[in-house]
Design a protein around this ligand. Structure first.
Ligand SMILES: [Cu+2]
Length: 158
């Protein structure tokens, strides 16, 4: 009996952190950048808030508003600020990570239609532990900090 009890206890010990981790990871103040008519791409910004006891890794994102979604960061390349795809965004336990213009962002490629101020889009973030978080986020006008990929023939914004 003792071994059976300790077996159950071991299972409970292993399962509990996973159960508790779910629902302790939040998205705050999320928004997507409004686009001019014909602009193919946009980006979404937000605060990722990890109130769980474990490191969270955001590994992918999706939205019905764009055909392709990537996680991006800005980095200095040959004296120029460029953005590039990253495999994951790490949010340490008990910490917040801010995605903002000129920094980390969720890149929205090939918009299905222009994003207009006042509209909302659905955005889903997927974490490495298999959870996903979906939010309706507003579209806002953003003037600063975004540069498009120069190799895709888009105009530049500063
Ligand atoms: Cu980008």
């Amino acid at each position: 009996m003792t071994s059976f009890k300790s077996f159950i206890a071991a299972i409970a010990f292993m399962v509990a952190p996973l159960v508790h981790a779910h629902g302790e990871f939040f998205i705050h103040d999320a928004y997507a950048r409004a686009t001019a008519p014909g602009a193919p791409n946009s980006a979404a910004f937000m605060v990722l808030d990890n109130q769980s006891k474990v490191l969270k890794r955001v590994v992918s994102a999706s939205t019905p508003a764009a055909k392709r979604v990537e996680l991006h960061e800005h980095a200095m390349v040959d004296g120029m600020m460029e953005m590039r795809q990253i495999a994951q965004i790490l949010v340490p336990e008990g910490e917040q990570v801010t995605l903002k213009p000129g920094g980390l962002h969720v890149m929205l490629f090939d918009l299905t239609q222009p994003l207009k101020v006042g509209e909302h889009i659905s955005l889903t973030l997927n974490t490495a532990d298999g959870h996903s978080l979906t939010k309706q986020i507003p579209v806002k006008s953003v003037m600063d900090g975004m540069q498009h990929h120069s190799d895709e023939g888009n105009h530049h914004h500063e």
